[in-house]
Design a protein around this ligand. Structure first.
Ligand SMILES: C[S@@+](CC[C@H](N)C(=O)[O-])C[C@H]1O[C@@H](n2cnc3c(N)ncnc32)[C@H](O)[C@@H]1O
Length: 168
C-alpha cells in the first residue's frame, strides 16, 4: 500500500467509527507502509555490500573464522578475504593468504583466476564449499563450519599433471 492509498483509506475512515475490520485494515496498511520505508530507505544504509552487487552480506560464524585461523597459523604475507568488501578490484599477485566463503557457482572462474595470478607460495582457504576440482592440502571442521586449505604450488602441479595426461 503506497502513500496515496493510505490517504484514501484515511479519508474513508474519517467520521466513521472504526470497527474490528477497519482496525485490522489500518494495522495492515501501517505495517506495509513501515516495511516499504525500511526496505527502500533504511535497509540500504545498513548494508555492508553495495546494492549493485545484488548479494546480501552474510558474516562467517565464529567457528568458521576459528577454523580458517587454524589453517593460516604461522603464515605471513598479505592476506585478503574475498567477499568481505565493497566490490573493489583486488590484485592477487602479491597475496599469500586468500580466504573465500563464496557460493559454488563462483568457484570455477575464481579457480582459473587464482591459477593465473597467485604466487606459488600462496595458500587459499575455502569455507563451507570446497573447490570442486582441487585436492586440499588439509581441512578442519565439520558440516557448515568445515574449511579447506589449498597450496597453490600443489594445485598447479596437479593441474599440469592432469593436462599432460589428457589426450590432445
Ligand atoms: C559467507 S559470507 C562471508 C563474509 C565475510 N567474508 C566473512 O567471513 O564474514 C560471503 C560474502 O560474500 C559476499 N559475496 C557473494 N558473492 C559476491 C560477489 N560476486 N561479489 C562480492 N561479494 C560477494 C556476500 O555479500 C557475503 O557477505
Amino acid at each position: 500500500m503506497d502513500a496515496e492509498e493510505l490517504e484514501e483509506l484515511a479519508r474513508r475512515l474519517q467520521g466513521r467509527a472504526l470497527g474490528g475490520w477497519g482496525l485490522l485494515q489500518l494495522a495492515a496498511g501501517t505495517g506495509l507502509a513501515a516495511y516499504a520505508v525500511w526496505a527502500a530507505v533504511l535497509m540500504p544504509g545498513f548494508r555492508r555490500v553495495p546494492l549493485r552487487l545484488q548479494v546480501p552480506y552474510v558474516p562467517s560464524s565464529t567457528q568458521q573464522v576459528a577454523n580458517v585461523m587454524v589453517l593460516l597459523e604461522g603464515r605471513s604475507g598479505k592476506t585478503v578475504d574475498l567477499g568481505s568488501g565493497d566490490g573493489r578490484l583486488v590484485n592477487l599477485s602479491d597475496c599469500y593468504n586468500v580466504t573465500v566463503f563464496l557460493a559454488p557457482s563462483v568457484k570455477p572462474p575464481l579457480a582459473a583466476k587464482f591459477l593465473a595470478e597467485l604466487p606459488d607460495e600462496a595458500r587459499v582457504v575455502a569455507g563451507r564449499f570446497p573447490f570442486p576440482s582441487w585436492t586440499p592440502t588439509s581441512t578442519v571442521g565439520k558440516g557448515l563450519d568445515q574449511v579447506w586449505a589449498y597450496d597453490m604450488k600443489e594445485v598447479r602441479q596437479a593441474a599440469q599433471t592432469s593436462a599432460e595426461g589428457s589426450p590432445v
